[in-house]
Design a protein around this ligand. Structure first.
Ligand code: PEP
Ligand code: MG
Length: 541
């Protein structure tokens, strides 16, 4: 048995076979080749297979997500059929006497660069498509089957690190738990792991390719991993896993009950979601609504800018299926660690302090309007809230509100029904805390994003695992900022919630209630444990 340690993201046990997950990396040979005809034949065969692959993806996406989502694969197949691109590859093979792999890499990169340099944002976005189809052809040439990277059986996935865009693409039904060498506990990948209720260990330096296929146990309570565990350990941790399941069953008795303390104070306990696929979790865990719909996952899940209709469908589905419960949709918080190639946001020295969230939306007005129109259209189907992230000033809130009003007017003129909705902002920066009084006058609610508020208050990059020893999640400056925000909100009849990870910290539930918090929005699995704590509190004491 091997014991490895790391940092636990979720108290839980996972038992299963290990699957080593690796994004494919290729070593492309630059040597001259003699048999150019052979290379051309190899390229043509790979191309044909790649086109078949895109067509198969089209069929799969059509069945799972509809025509609009599937369309991109049709476009990819057409791009692969493009004669100019094929000729460019062949020219490199015959003219420069290079391998098919080398020629594909160079010719596709050149084409991607041509698109990237165009003025039209739509054409620029095609650059990412070229990279995608290049990957598809290279996968065939190198004999890699990307679908096989996760395997077909439920496993514990082991990886160096996982980007949020990789994590969202994983098949959740095949995941028992995750172990990564890198990662930080406040990263979006960790948040996703919690919301999927997956025992996860990060910063596990001992991970090793030799674990592949072996049985392992993740012990989230003790932040360790046992590879090829002894029979005794397997017995005791299997029992612990069963006890956890029983406890979970007991919590089910709290469904349908109020979030009311012994002395009669009631608050809202909402859930955080990443998209319509999490709606079931909200219902199963009896959350009172959705306090944070991280709409950027709609963008991360997409190969290109999601259209107004695509977004409308996703928002409507959530709002309509949960009505009359409130669903608060946060406008796109892309940037920093959540990036998508098609947006071409460029490299930055300090991404967390960079071009992200509302800053992108206010400077790319058409992009913002597409989303706002989709959200407003969904407002006709239930109880909706709109929330702007990363606001640092009244000017930004006013500008966002103005664009929202403009979209509403346009829709009404077009004869489209718009319902009632609340407008709120996230309090994620010390600037927002300090301006909370003036901001509160202009909105219906505040939602405190403690993940970023902690990052910016303590000047600790939430992505940097090295800084974890300096991170005190209960730092008095953060708690003071929360208290100040609640007080400022209440001075102006603005309700105040917390949607960052601190909201689910059961050791702080009493503190937050004593501060006067109105809502806690947490990962769905934390709703009932929080209800249990609230119902046991007596604030009069
Ligand atoms: C936060 O910052 O606390 C928050 C909820 O937003 P995100 O984690 O998505 O940045
Ligand atoms: Mg945030």
């Amino acid at each position: 048995m091997q014991v490895a340690t790391g940092k636990s993201i979720l108290n839980g046990i996972a038992i299963g076979k290990v699957k080593i997950y690796k994004a494919p990396s290729y070593e492309i040979n630059e040597n001259d080749i003699a048999d150019t005809d052979g290379e051309i034949a190899k390229f043509e065969a790979a191309l044909e297979k790649a086109i078949d692959g895109q067509n198969a993806l089209y069929d799969k996406a059509l069945e799972a997500a509809g025509e609009e989502s599937a369309e991109i694969f049709e476009v990819h197949a057409m791009m692969l059929e493009d004669d100019d691109l094929q000729d460019a590859v062949k020219e490199i093979i015959t003219g420069q006497k290079k391998s098919a792999e080398y020629a594909v890499n160079v010719a596709f990169n050149n084409q991607a660069e041509v698109f990237a340099q165009m003025d039209d944002p739509y054409m620029q976005a095609r650059s990412a498509d070229i990279h995608d189809i290049k990957q598809a052809v290279l996968d065939v040439l190198f004999g890699v089957d990307p679908a096989s990277m996760q395997g077909t059986e439920p496993t514990i996935l082991v990886a160096e690190d996982l980007a949020p865009s990789e994590t969202v693409k994983l098949d959740k039904s095949l995941l028992l738990g995750m172990i990564t060498r890198e990662g930080s506990s406040n990263s979006h990948t960790a948040i996703l792991a919690r919301s999927m209720n997956l025992p996860t260990i990060i910063q596990c330096k001992e991970i090793d390719d030799s674990w592949d296929g072996k049985t392992a146990i993740i012990d989230g309570y003790n932040s360790c991993v046992y590879v090829e565990p002894t029979d005794d350990l397997m017995d005791s941790l299997s029992k612990k896993m069963q006890e956890d399941e029983k406890k979970l069953a007991l919590l089910q008795e709290l469904k349908g009950k109020d979030n009311t303390t012994i002395d009669g104070k009631t608050i809202k306990v909402y859930a955080n979601i990443g998209g319509p696929s999490d709606i079931g979790m909200v219902q199963q865990n009896d959350a009172g609504g959705v306090g944070l719909f991280r709409s950027e996952f709609v963008y991360l899940n997409s190969k290109d800018y999601p259209t107004e209709d695509e977004q409308f469908k996703a928002y409507k589905l959530a709002v309509e299926s949960l009505a009359p419960k409130q669903v608060i949709i946060r406008t796109c918080d892309i940037g920093a660690d959540k990036t998508v190639e098609y947006m071409d946001l460029g490299e930055e020295e300090n991404p967390a302090l960079g071009y992200r969230a509302i800053r992108i939306c206010l400077t790319r007005k058409d992009f913002f309007k597409t989303q706002l129109r989709a959200i407003l259209r969904a407002s006709a189907y239930g109880n909706l809230g709109i929330m702007f992230p990363m606001i640092i000033s009244l000017r930004e809130l006013n500008e966002a509100q103005q664009i929202l009003d403009e979209c509403k007017e346009e829709l009404i003129k077009e004869g489209v029904k718009v319902g009632e909705y609340q407008v709120g902002i996230m309090i994620e920066t010390p600037a927002a805390v300090l301006c909370a009084d003036e901001l509160a006058e202009k909105c219906d609610f505040f939602s405190i994003g403690t993940n970023d508020l902690t990052q910016y208050t303590l000047a600790i990059d939430r992505q940097n695992a090295k800084l974890e020893p300096f991170l005190d999640t209960h730092h008095s400056a953060v708690l003071k900022a929360i208290q100040m925000t609640i007080e400022a909100g209440h001075r102006h009849n603005t309700w105040v919630g917390i949607c960052g990870e601190l909201g689910s910290d059961l050791s702080l539930t009493e503190t937050f209630l004593r501060m006067g918090i109105d809502e806690l929005s947490v990962n769905p699995k934390s709703v009932l444990p929080i209800r249990k704590v609230i119902r046991g509190l007596d604030l009069s004491k």
